[in-house]
Design a protein around this ligand. Structure first.
Ligand code: ADP
Ligand code: MN
Ligand code: MN
Ligand code: MN
Ligand code: MN
Length: 359
């Protein structure tokens, strides 16, 4: 689409978006599909939504999303959280959903369910999570936005937290997404341009327990949805461009009541001990293609071996200098890839630190 067409479409659309809805609510039901992608569809609710209970269960054709066989294709959507909709405004909402099967079991890709079970069992620990979501913006042809066609930009160096033409790409999308998250009451805590040009980061958190996964998934939905309006593609691939270009991660900051209290270093050291025994289990749910990113270069650790250290960006887990000096706070698991499922990442963290629960 040419820019003039986009502009005139926007003017036309605005006329309709401003129409009175006569008391109805447009609810966008959002869920995760069979490949870690995001899907959504819209439902009319005939009065403003004040409580989760005001949102009915719904369903979709799971055979079209890789989530169910054709001969038993109904998958059910169960609302678990809702947020103000920054696109439609007013009483309209975005609804995060779990996926369930007709036999009463969670869908095979419903990773939220198990995570919620283990977190509920250990809620006395008061887990907080803050995740750093890195991603890359691509042009319609799949090459990073703003990169020379059939070529590469100048080597990495000026782009991280960069300012100025040629140093950053698509700041408009990033600004729009930041505002949209705030409007949606997602606890976005910041954003920055990354080391590779057209790569960005934002952080969500600290959030309590399962809320981190709900909010991060909804923030990913918003990012895709907004980039769509600007004609860019979002990729969460952990190593979008091979070679001397940084990969993308989902650094996972973790604390509990015990780590935040004076003397919390002791609880963090105990957590390191437990984490060191489950390297392979964690890597199994820390995203696909993560071995391409975790080469030990570009601020990553070894894929095979668990390490931790203070202020060490080459370790699996880093405890920042301020926390080490205060003797309490949180730690940062740097292993998860940008495409990891935050429900799985936060779920296994609680499981490893506090013990498995049969769900
Ligand atoms: P980095 O220095 O690794 O780039 P960022 O500033 O990008 O760190 O992200 C830090 C993240 O840690 C934020 O999402 C923030 O919400 C989160 N965070 C801060 N304090 C805590 C805490 N006590 N428990 C869990 N997460 C926390
Ligand atoms: Mn239909
Ligand atoms: Mn960061
Ligand atoms: Mn980063
Ligand atoms: Mn980090």
């Amino acid at each position: 689409m040419a820019l003039s067409e986009i502009t005139s479409n926007y003017t036309n659309l605005k006329k309709y978006m401003d129409l009175d809805q006569k008391g109805n609510v447009m609810a966008e039901y959002v869920w995760i599909d069979g490949s870690g992608g995001i899907r959504s569809k819209s439902k009319t609710i005939t009065k403003p939504v004040k409580d989760l209970k005001d949102l009915p269960e719904w369903n979709f054709d799971g055979s079209s999303t890789g989530q169910a066989p054709g001969d038993n294709s109904d998958v059910y959507l169960r609302p678990v959280a809702y947020y103000p909709d920054p696109m439609r405004l007013g009483d309209n909402i975005l609804v995060m959903c779990e996926t369930w099967m007709s036999d009463g079991k969670p869908n095979a890709y419903n990773f939220r369910h198990d995570a919620a079970v283990v977190m509920e069992a250990h809620k006395g620990e008061e887990f907080w999570f803050g995740l750093e979501q890195e991603y890359t913006l691509l042009a319609f042809d799949g090459w990073p936005y703003g990169w020379p066609k059939n070529g590469f930009p100048a080597p990495q160096g000026p782009y991280y937290c960069g300012v100025g033409t040629g140093k950053v790409m698509c700041r408009d999308i990033v600004e729009a997404h930041f505002k949209a998250c705030l409007y949606a009451e997602i606890q976005i805590s910041g954003t920055n341009a990354e080391v590779m040009p057209a790569q960005w980061e934002y952080q969500v958190g600290p959030c309590k327990g399962i809320e981190l996964g709900d909010q991060l998934w909804m923030s990913r939905f918003l990012l895709h949805r907004i980039a769509e309006e600007f004609g860019a593609k979002v990729t969460f691939a952990p190593k979008p461009i091979p070679g001397d270009w940084n990969g993308a991660g989902l650094h996972t900051n973790v604390s509990t009541k015990a780590t935040r209290e004076p003397g919390g270093m002791k609880a963090m050291e105990a957590a390191m001990e437990k984490l060191s025994e489950r390297q392979a289990d964690h890597m199994a749910v820390y995203g696909s293609d993560n071995h391409l990113r975790m080469t030990g270069k570009h601020e990553t650790a070894s894929y095979e071996k668990f390490t931790w250290g203070v202020a060490n960006r080459g370790a699996s887990v880093r405890i920042n200098r301020a926390c080490a000096e205060e003797g309490c706070g949180y730690f940062e698991d740097r292993r998860p890839a940008s495409n990891a499922d935050p429900y799985q990442v936060t779920g296994i963290m609680v499981e490893t630190m506090c013990g498995k629960v049969e769900g």
